[in-house]
Design a protein. Structure first.
Ligand code: FMN
Length: 305
């Protein structure tokens, strides 16, 4: 069989691999790149960053669950100015395209951060419309109009491609994805963590100081796949990055077939920082088994019963 082609087209972006490291699970990328081989990845997304420093929530803010984990970090980050100071020199020499992730409390906050991310050299900007850990509990992606306003402002502020990252709890995810597309998003990322909760019987307290947090890991896969499936069926031209519970090469292929052009893996990196090499080996093994020689032959090839 001919050589396997792993490159994939995500709207205006050409990625060398369909595997992307998800925001918040590989730090600011460089810490992780120190221990992991980044060559199997098409991109790595840095932790979301806000206009000013955010302290995040007090401990406990991560907890394992029966399957996967809960987190309530609250997007602790140093703010965009400090971020750009340390990240700009790294991004220029990184061995993987680095994407930025913008978060804010309002439209201007998002667009100011995105502008600075772009100036620091990121290859794309994800707009984190879906974090469940902000103080007032507001999730932008629950509201199509608000999401569109943010995306429009960000798309107008940057020269690089823009992706809208949505929550799997978004009531009508097709409507919100469509609004983001119309507002200028080049792709959507489906999805962020799902709202989750856990408690300790011994302490009679929530596992996270903030109570409700974000649930991620293998249990999220069917929920994220559902989002990818619904959006790709309803909006066939919209490039999608699948994300949720990816731990194996087979998971990557399932997201591709459901309609994603690329796939992010997050939680797996905490247990296995070098997961990318294994996952992409498995992707190639599975592609050979399925007699498929390029990633593009898989994207959106799902058939109905
Ligand atoms: C500890 C932790 C921190 C995260 N921080 C962010 C973040 O800052 N921005 C963001 O967009 N997503 C963040 N996420 C969500 C992941 O990027 C990803 O969307 C989610 O975990 C689902 O993928 P997974 O099941 O492969 O982990 C975080 C996830 C975890 C577990």
């Amino acid at each position: 069989m001919a050589l396997i082609s792993l490159s994939t087209r995500l709207g205006p972006l050409e990625l060398r691999s369909p595997l992307i490291a998800a925001s918040g699970t590989v730090g600011s990328v460089w810490e992780w790149a120190d221990v992991a081989d980044v060559s199997p990845y098409g991109a790595a997304v840095a932790k979301s960053v806000s206009p000013t420093p955010w302290l995040g929530r007090p401990a406990p803010r991560v907890a394992p669950t029966t399957v996967g984990m809960l987190n309530g970090i609250g997007i602790q980050n140093p703010g965009i100015e400090a971020w750009a100071l340390t990240m700009e020199p790294y991004i220029a020499t990184a061995e993987v395209p680095v994407w930025g992730s913008a978060v804010g409390e309002d439209v201007h906050g998002f667009s100011n951060v995105a502008k600075r991310l772009d100036a620091a050299g990121v290859a794309a900007v994800e707009v984190n419309l879906s974090c469940p850990n902000l103080e007032d509990g507001q999730i932008f992606s629950f509201d199509a109009r608000l999401s569109a306003e943010v995306v429009e402002a960000v798309a107008g502020a940057v020269s690089v491609p823009v992706g809208a990252k949505l929550s799997p709890n978004t009531p009508d995810i097709v409507a919100v994805a469509d609004a983001c597309r119309a507002a200028g998003a080049d792709f959507v990322v489906l999805t962020n963590t799902a709202l989750g909760f856990g408690l300790s019987l011994e302490d009679r307290r929530p596992l996270l100081s903030g109570g409700v947090g974000g649930y991620s890991g293998p249990g999220l896969k069917p929920i994220a796949l559902r989002s990818v499936y619904e959006v790709s069926q309803a909006l066939p031209g919209l490039p999608i990055v699948g994300c949720g519970g990816v731990t194996t090469g087979r998971d990557v292929l399932e997201f591709l077939v459901a309609g994603a052009a690329a796939v992010e893996a997050g939680t797996i990196h905490f247990a296995e920082p070098r997961a990318g090499r294994r996952i992409m080996k498995e992707v190639q093994t599975e592609m050979k088994r399925l007699k498929v020689s390029s990633v593009s032959e898989l994207v959106g090839t799902l058939e109905q019963w």
